[in-house]
Design a binder for this molecule. Sequence first.
Ligand code: ADP
Ligand code: MG
Length: 448
Amino acid sequence: MLETHAVSDSEKDFILKGVLSTIKEVVTAQQYDTWFSFLRVSSVTGNSITFVTPTSFVREWLNSHYNDLFSSAVYKVLNSSREIIFSTEEEIFSQLSVVSFSPEEALAGKRFPEENYCAPLNKYYSFDNFVVGPCNRLAHAAAIAVSESPGLAYNPLFIHGASGLGKTHLLHAINNILSSKHRLKTLYQPCERFVNHYISTIRTNSWDSFRVFYRNIDALLIDDIQAFENSQGSREEFFHTFNTLYNAKKQIVITSDCPPESIATLEDRLISRFKWGLLCSIDNTTRETRIAIAEKKASLWGINLSHEAASYLAENVTGSIRELEGAIARLSREEKLTKNSITLDRIRKIVCELSANRKYISIETVIRAVSERFNVRVSQLQSRCRTRSLALPRQIAMHLSRKLTKMSLMEIGGYLGGRDHSTVIHADEKITKMSKKRQKPYYYASEA
Ligand code: ADP
Ligand code: MG
């Protein structure tokens, strides 16, 4: 029955009950409560069965300790074997993917031999699911314009901004419209994959198929182009790909965590080409935008989140949108497990736990990293010496220590040349401002 029709929720429940009752016979009650009682079945296919685990830790544990037990329990219930997959809810959510090549091509089996180099796309990263606010209005409008008139509106479109602010989301949204509405042959490619593909092509010497792969398309969407920084050969290859596509009026969209001139090793000829089109940034989200995003994500995850609760989350989870999403995923999981709707009190506790779990690093690690990056000695950073060549690295160390360590302003100042708390606040504000402008972001600056 399973190969021929989609498995309904009640069939999944039936399978889960069968599997769990077999498992119950061979594990202790305590083991059962700890590892198995919260499991759900998310999908069953002819080849595999996916169990949803509450955390990635449980996923790892079940995988390494109980995979065989699950295989035999599933066999007993379904009368045939299945690959056992454990996955957290977030992973399942982010893996719901579609393929970017046209349906005709996929049906005809005419996929490119390099299909392994195609990144999966997330169908939830649509324009409908993207919340527009002052921080991303221009980037969003440009993305819509490109989706409506590929190759004509802005070419290339270059979107830059810090991590977790929606660049990849917009890129997928453009890709999905270009391939589904305009029927274009699109290629969404994280830059890192381009570099890997380039390196493996050096090994196989299969340049013809590499070039056909990238040039025989209607739109190229390259994500996180700052990853080109350390690979001159792939930048060179990308330059020629860019020229070919641009001359043929094919749409090119690029994202980066900083503007092109701040990517340390990017050649001027590439920087100037990126400026032929439109360059726009996504800035940090405002409170109102975060509230709207929290509400949007909650409705996607199917949980009831009052406006008050969304405001509380938006005010207290202020890092990247990814963190906000993590908090909502956790609420959704709890709501499903307990079958109770989430109270504001519970949200407060979760937010506290999330911030307590945030990984901190030691100030020594920060100072060491800064010393390596700027080629100054640790002892110089910690000295009272005020020369210009030390001032900027020391201020960066102060800024990073505020962000990444648990230390107080006084302690940070004490570690870095015996400064007082106001020096640390000044340094933090200065570097935050520089990073926002990102004309010459601090982590690329080599001179004071
Ligand atoms: P980036 O590529 O800039 O690092 P992503 O596009 O991966 O960031 O976004 C991180 C997460 O935050 C994604 O799940 C995305 O859907 C979500 N997100 C970011 N900005 C928005 C927005 N404006 N509206 C809705 N979701 C957003
Ligand atoms: Mg991204």
